[in-house]
Design a protein around this ligand. Structure first.
Ligand code: GDP
Length: 341
């Protein structure tokens, strides 16, 4: 296998840390962009760096803002990556209603500049864009690569725009550029801004006697929830194929938020009916009713499928939160390692 070098934007996020782990295990030299030195989420990355250095693989950290076009171009020239994974995003739908401009800058404008720089400086690099099931919005499930985008949030709108840019870069600009349309994919590394982790964290607090209830918004929304480490495997596979295509990564199974609460409560023997209260502060101006993905193409072309069920995912996440609490340590507060890179 020839030597490979990857650049991951948003490497300190949930997907970034799992992808860095995967690529390091495959012998890649990995360069990751993080927003700020010393941000709490970087501690997970530092942990991975430590593990990888013992295995002889390398992880390099670059601190900066992907909106800084000139800096990004310099970095590309310096690193000359074979693969670029654009995972950096303002990734929270609820936040995008409060901060539409920032969401647009990061999720759309910065992608445009990055594609331009890749085309100019490293045209042979393979490019992965993290697209989102939120783009489908009002389009009823099941949603596939062919389904129409009817975005319902500033987040979804920006992601849909970036998706089109990547497709153009492939079809008109001759880049090996891929959109991976990942449906909701979760893990203990999710932040509590997302409903699955909020529920898992809430259940762990109830188990420890620190809380009685979990306050939630819309319980009827249906989402297709999978386990994040499986999704980064799909991202990697999409860049190893002979030709660039767009893919849906999804489990094909939909559950309501209410059912996810039930799975989480069941895993520790709690009665979910006694544990949730409604707080309208968590209702959204426009909520996507249902996303359920059709990942037939990813299975046929890449041999990829999601195997962890939502009930298993809920159990994994609740157990991790219970474990964290008892050790009073999480990936967010692991001791930070000194200089690395
Ligand atoms: P999204 O699908 O990318 O927006 O992922 P989220 O995990 O943020 O939200 C999934 C669904 O859970 C959406 O339909 C939300 O409206 C719903 N939901 C209900 N209560 C909450 C809550 O307290 N927090 C969040 N983040 N979502 C909630």
């Amino acid at each position: 296998m020839s030597f490979r070098r990857a650049l991951i934007t948003g490497v300190a996020g949930q997907d970034g840390t799992y992808l860095a782990q995967l690529l390091l295990s495959k012998g890649y030299e990995v360069h990751g962009i993080v927003r700020e030195a010393g941000h709490p989420s970087n501690s997970m990355l530092a942990h991975i760096a430590q593990l990888s250095s013992t295995a002889g693989a390398r992880l390099h950290q670059h601190v900066g803002d992907i909106r800084n076009t000139q800096w990004m171009a310099q970095l590309l020239e310096q690193i000359m990556p074979n693969e670029v994974y654009n995972l950096a995003a303002q990734s929270n739908v609820a936040t995008s209603f409060a901060e539409p401009d920032v969401t647009h800058e990061i999720n759309y404008v910065a992608v445009n500049s990055l594609l331009e720089s890749v085309r100019r400086l490293v045209p042979h690099a393979r490019f992965f864009q993290s697209s989102s099931s939120e783009m489908f919005g009002l389009t009823p499930p099941p949603q596939s690569e062919e389904s129409a985008f009817l975005p319902q949030s500033p987040y979804a709108l920006a992601k849909a725009g970036a998706h089109v840019l990547v497709r153009e870069a492939r079809e008109e600009g001759n880049l090996f550029a891929v959109n991976g349309i990942s449906f909701n994919h979760e893990s203990p590394r999710r932040s509590t801004a997302f409903v699955t982790r909020k529920i898992a964290h809430g259940v762990a607090c109830i188990v420890r006697g620190e809380a009685e209830h979990i306050e939630l918004g819309n319980l009827e929304a249906i989402r297709d929830w999978g386990y994040a480490p499986e999704y980064v495997e799909g991202m990697w596979r999409s860049l190893q194929h002979d030709e660039p295509h767009d893919y849906v990564f999804a489990s094909g199974r939909g559950h309501t938020v209410r059912e996810f609460v039930q799975f989480a409560c069941d895993s520790v023997g709690l009665d979910w009916r006694e544990r949730i209260t409604h707080d309208e502060a968590f209702d959204r101006p426009h909520d996507v009713k249902a996303t359920i993905g059709d990942a037939t193409k990813a299975k046929a072309v890449l041999g990829w499928s999601a195997t962890t069920t939502a009930a298993e995912l809920a159990r994994i996440m609740v157990e991790a939160d219970i474990e964290r609490g008892s050790r009073h340590v999480s990936f967010l507060d692991m001791p930070r390692l000194a200089a690395w890179g």
